[in-house]
Design a protein around this ligand. Structure first.
Ligand SMILES: Nc1ncnc2c1ncn2[C@@H]1O[C@H](COP(=O)(O)OP(=O)(O)OP(=O)(O)O)[C@@H](O)[C@H]1O
Ligand SMILES: [Mg+2]
Length: 503
């Protein structure tokens, strides 16, 4: 670690009804990776937005390279070498990768944009970073992870001296995270100051040198990562002991009826002859490496992607299985299936609408009598879920775009819960969710299962799969490679199935 490159002192910032930053101190040195931690809504993103000129502070001071500084917009910050990779993706889907990276500063040839140079420069950049992406590809065609890597490449291309990564890993695969860490180590060696925001403790331990913890908009303290334990950090974050309530396996009754039966489902390349059964009150974990075909299976089942073949049967009111045709998400919803997508920004919520509107979106018909929307019932329901999920928002009229990343996710979860779906597919339900809220979501899932709902939970976190599931389906390269009862499940057993395509 070198000299201090950036100091934020006594930073204060309020939004209507929210004191988002309360005299916060923060400092970054050259050649360090500095973690910023705190629960959802603690103020991490806001602090970094104040730094990079997206928001203006109400009071306090910022010193950058020895001089008191205030950036009025992101461009000013970028030009000075302070760049941010946002928690939410900011790319333009219809443009190519290269166009996105050089947007607003395109190389020119005479009066026209030099497309060839733009593509060449992007190629160089990706090569330097060891990333395989075609610069001519449309942004929309990339996976969320790849889009995130483009954001990172774009940030680095700005000749930055301070780079802020706001939850960069939430949508990345293991391999992409490993690549990102290589990039970060390299940047650190070159003397850049790096801010790293993440809810994943193991990442904090692996990549960061110091940790600053925030709580409720306030500064709690700064620790040397190597000298502190996970518990030290969590205690500072939550200021209370988190009560973990372990599940008693298996909760599902041995004679519970099958509510969903999938036979020989084929869809695209990533879903090959997938067959499984889901029983009433069961939490069925879907484990596997990224790209194993779990999300694709869920999307095909939900009617979000076309299927080539396969039979889907659902338990009807008569308690018997009936074959159904699901061609669209509307069909799926009609049959009582809810899907909490892993890509919540794209499919999960309408950010320009309020918390109430989003919560009741999937279920409008229940709140409408004739053409009148029952506003008071809507409000009552959304208020209940805000309370149950401890969603941090001043009130239910708040636009979702103004909530912190983790709290936006809670709104999407609430949306499906109000729909009263009998079968719920949770795709990476706790991604980007802080430790405390994670527990709330686990409790909620257990409660839903106990009430007789059936849950498919896709998760890349092994501890989550082992803690929550009654049974675990393992997928690898588009096929089911394991179907393991929780009493026999171990990490090794699952990993074995997840990496070898034989049973
Ligand atoms: N533009 C805005 N208008 C109103 N309130 C806002 C705005 N931006 C942020 N807030 C509020 O400020 C608080 C801090 O939010 P912030 O996004 O900084 O949290 P965070 O620590 O990044 O959380 P997460 O881990 O969920 O991303 C939250 O209560 C949030 O709702
Ligand atoms: Mg944030």
């Amino acid at each position: 670690m070198g000299e201090v490159i950036l100091t934020m002192k006594d930073i204060d910032k309020s939004f209507p009804g929210v004191h988002a930053l309360d005299h916060v101190n923060f400092e970054v040195k050259r050649g360090e990776v500095h973690a910023l931690m705190g629960e959802n809504g603690a103020g991490k993103s806001t602090l970094m937005k104040v730094l990079t000129g997206i928001y203006q502070k109400d009071s306090g001071s910022i010193t950058y390279k020895g001089q008191e500084t205030e950036f009025h917009n992101t461009k000013e910050a970028q030009d000075a070498g302070v760049v941010i990779v946002h928690q939410e993706l900011n790319m333009v889907g219809d443009l190519t990768v290269a166009q996105n990276i050089f947007i607003g500063r395109e190389p020119k040839k005479g009066f026209t944009i030099d497309d060839k140079k733009m593509v060449e420069d992007s190629k160089k950049l990706f090569k330097e970073l060891n990333i395989e992406i075609n610069p001519k590809e449309k942004m929309n065609n990339l996976t969320v992870g790849k889009q995130q890597m483009c954001e990172i490449a774009k940030a680095i291309s700005h000749k930055a001296e301070v780079i802020i990564f706001d939850e960069p890993s939430a949508a990345l695969t293991e391999k992409e995270i490993a690549d990102l860490f290589e990039i970060i180590r390299d940047l650190r060696k070159k003397g850049l100051g790096i801010v790293y925001i993440s809810h994943r403790m193991d990442e904090i331990k692996t990549i960061t040198d110091r940790v600053t913890v925030m709580r409720d908009g306030g500064y709690v303290g700064t620790l040397i990562t190597a000298d502190s334990t996970k518990e030290d950090i969590i205690n500072m974050m939550v200021g209370r002991v988190i009560y973990e309530d372990p599940k008693e396996h298996s909760m599902v009754a041995p004679d519970a009826p099958v509510v969903l039966k999938v036979e020989n489902l084929n869809a695209g390349k990533m879903v090959q002859n997938v067959s499984f059964e889901l029983r009433k009150g069961e939490i069925l974990g879907f484990s596997g490496l990224m790209g194993a075909g779990r999300t694709e299976t869920a999307r095909a089942l939900f009617g979000a992607d076309p299927k080539q073949s396969g039979k889907i049967s659902i338990m009807g009111k008569d308690g018997k299985l009936h074959e159904v045709t699901i061609n669209t998400p509307q069909d799926a919803v009609k049959y009582g299936i809810g899907y909490l997508s892993e890509d919540r920004r794209r499919y999960g919520c309408v950010v320009q609408k309020s918390v109430t509107e989003n919560t009741t979106l999937a279920t409008m018909e229940e709140f409408t009598s004739g053409i009148f929307i029952n506003k008071s019932k809507e409000k009552e329901v959304s208020e209940r879920y805000v309370k149950e999920l401890a969603t941090k928002t001043p009130n239910c009229e708040q636009l979702v775009v103004n909530l912190s990343g983790g709290n936006q996710q809670k709104v999407v979860i609430a949306k499906w819960l109000t729909r009263d779906s009998e079968i719920l597919i949770f795709d990476e339900p706790t991604r980007g969710i802080d430790v405390g809220a994670k527990n709330e979501i686990y409790k909620l899932m257990n409660r839903l299962a106990a009430e007789g709902k059936s849950i498919i939970m896709i998760s890349s976190e092994m501890t989550e799969v082992l803690r929550m599931s009654d049974r675990i389906i393992v997928m690898c390269e588009g096929k089911i490679t394991g179907n393991i009862d929780i009493s026999e499940a171990t990490q090794e057993h699952i990993m074995n199935k997840a990496t070898r395509n034989i049973d």
